[in-house]
Write a protein that binds this ligand. Structure first.
Ligand code: MN
Ligand code: MN
Length: 473
């Protein structure tokens, strides 16, 4: 008698030999419930919208968790935790492992900056009795998406006396909000014929900030003066102080659950705060690891990783060198034995645009974290291409921890492309792999991820930091 659940030879072979990529909920329907608490913490993290705000938010947390400010020259003991802040924009946390540092560090890097609208150095102007801030967009955006949505203002103004004023307006429900207006459809006959890149011009991304005049007939720009007066009363700044400021406008949306089943999170800036939060939570929960763990919040990823806070800067390598020099280890020896996860989001397959995705090698919402062997464009230009050995090491970590995952190329080969900071890291002779989660509407003011993917990325990061196997196992 053949039992009903007996599998055919073909079915058995299929299981043994073929990849089966499926939505993780079909294997474990308790996962979404398990991910809810993580989702709440993640949404809280997302309320901090710029790299500076992320550093300001996380430093008190790590201090509370027992991290100490890094002191160069110290021989830290296994289990000790240190942190380092670079120019108020990068945070590095490190937990010392049982093995000597020279045997390698488990590093993860994610970027805390997201596309947004930076203020120009002279932003304030008045036109037709209304006042505006002129912006210069930061990162890759579809400009038309940034009109007629609520915006909030973020950043710092540093005065010539050296003091810095922090600005956040439009996040609290009692704050005023801001927007960029768009042309009414009735008069948009010409506008809507234009290609999308030209529907809104960079110089039209002006933020409406007021319309009420200062009462004085002897003044020509009354609305502008009134706005500057309000800012002066609140922050003690003058128009010239904008020249030593870093201010920007971000979508004012609050991070929220999306979908009737609450399986998704919709928010601004999930690229790449989704990975920042996963690696942050995982690293801070790592206790006495085998190998020293290190987490970095990068900046300027969206504009090419330049400047002293981008990953092309040596700030993180200098930090690691300062750590290694306490024992006299050359930094190059530490780097070549280390392994880095370049944590960044990938494009989730969107059924509205099947023509840009290659279904066998792109990533899907709800199928777990996505690992990319390489990124780049065309014939693999500008890419770190993780080696077979490095990929197998990460595969083993994920399989041992029973974490479902998927591979992901950004899209079809010749439709576009994009890189990550993996190339900036691996140039230091440091094995690097890209890992993240699929996201829908990447770089839009509102991006969507799967709550379970986000949670499984955190679990994957935990397994990575906790791994006891040496890299050449
Ligand atoms: Mn990114
Ligand atoms: Mn991006």
């Amino acid at each position: 008698m053949v039992k009903k659940d007996d599998k055919t030879k073909g079915q058995k072979l299929e299981e043994e030999l073929l990849i089966k990529s499926e939505i993780v909920g079909s294997k474990d329907d308790g996962l979404l419930e398990e991910a809810q608490g993580y989702g709440e913490e993640y949404k809280q993290f997302l309320c901090h919208k710029t790299e500076r705000e992320i550093v300001d938010y996380t430093v008190p947390i790590v201090e509370k968790l027992g991290y100490k400010k890094f002191v160069p020259g110290t021989k830290y003991k296994p289990g000790q935790k240190v942190y380092f802040v670079n120019r108020n924009k990068n945070l590095i946390t490190m937990t010392f492992g049982k093995r000597p540092l020279v045997e390698g560090v488990r590093i993860s890097v994610a970027h805390a900056d997201s596309p947004r609208l930076d203020f120009k150095p002279n932003p304030l102007f008045e036109a037709d009795d209304m006042a505006y801030f002129k912006t210069h967009y930061y990162g890759g955006i579809k400009k038309y998406q940034w009109t007629t949505i609520p915006l909030s203002l973020h950043g710092v103004v540093t005065l010539t006396n050296g003091s810095t004023v922090k600005v956040t307006i439009g996040e609290d429900d009692s704050d005023p909000s801001f927007c960029i207006t768009d042309l009414l459809i009735h008069l948009a006959y010409d506008q809507v014929q234009k290609p999308a890149a030209k529907v809104i011009d960079g110089e039209q991304l002006n933020i409406l900030i007021g319309s009420w005049p200062f009462k004085d007939d002897k003044v020509s720009q009354k609305v502008k003066l009134n706005i500057m007066n309000i800012l002066h009363e609140k922050y003690g700044i003058t128009e010239a102080d904008f020249q030593s400021a870093e201010l920007c406008a971000c979508p004012a949306y609050r991070p929220r659950d999306f979908g009737l089943d609450r399986s998704l999170i919709g928010a601004y800036g999930q690229d790449d705060k989704v990975c920042c939060f996963a690696q942050f939570k995982a690293e801070t929960e790592t206790q006495k690891p085998e190998f020293t763990s290190m987490m970095v919040f990068a900046d300027k990823e969206e504009t090419g990783s330049d400047g002293p806070t981008g990953m092309r800067s040596v700030f993180w390598r200098d930090f690691l060198e300062d750590v290694a020099s306490a024992w006299g280890y050359p930094i190059r020896h530490v780097l070549r034995n280390s392994l880095c996860l370049s944590c960044d989001v990938n494009a989730g397959v969107d059924p509205a645009w099947p023509e840009v995705f290659e279904s066998r090698n792109c990533s899907y919402i709800g199928r777990g974290p996505v690992v990319s062997k390489y990124t780049g464009s065309r014939g693999k230009y500008s890419t770190n291409d993780a080696s077979a050995e490095t990929m197998s090491y990460l595969r083993k970590i994920l399989e041992d921890a029973k974490i479902p995952w998927q591979v992901g190329e950004l899209g079809k080969i010749d439709v576009g492309g994009g890189g990550t900071i993996a190339s900036e890291i691996s140039v230091h002779n440091l094995d690097t792999i890209d890992m993240g989660v699929p996201v829908l509407s990447m770089h839009a003011p509102l991006e969507v991820t799967s709550k379970v993917d986000d949670y499984l990325l955190y679990k994957a990061m935990k397994a990575f930091f906790a791994c006891k196997d040496p890299k050449d196992f």
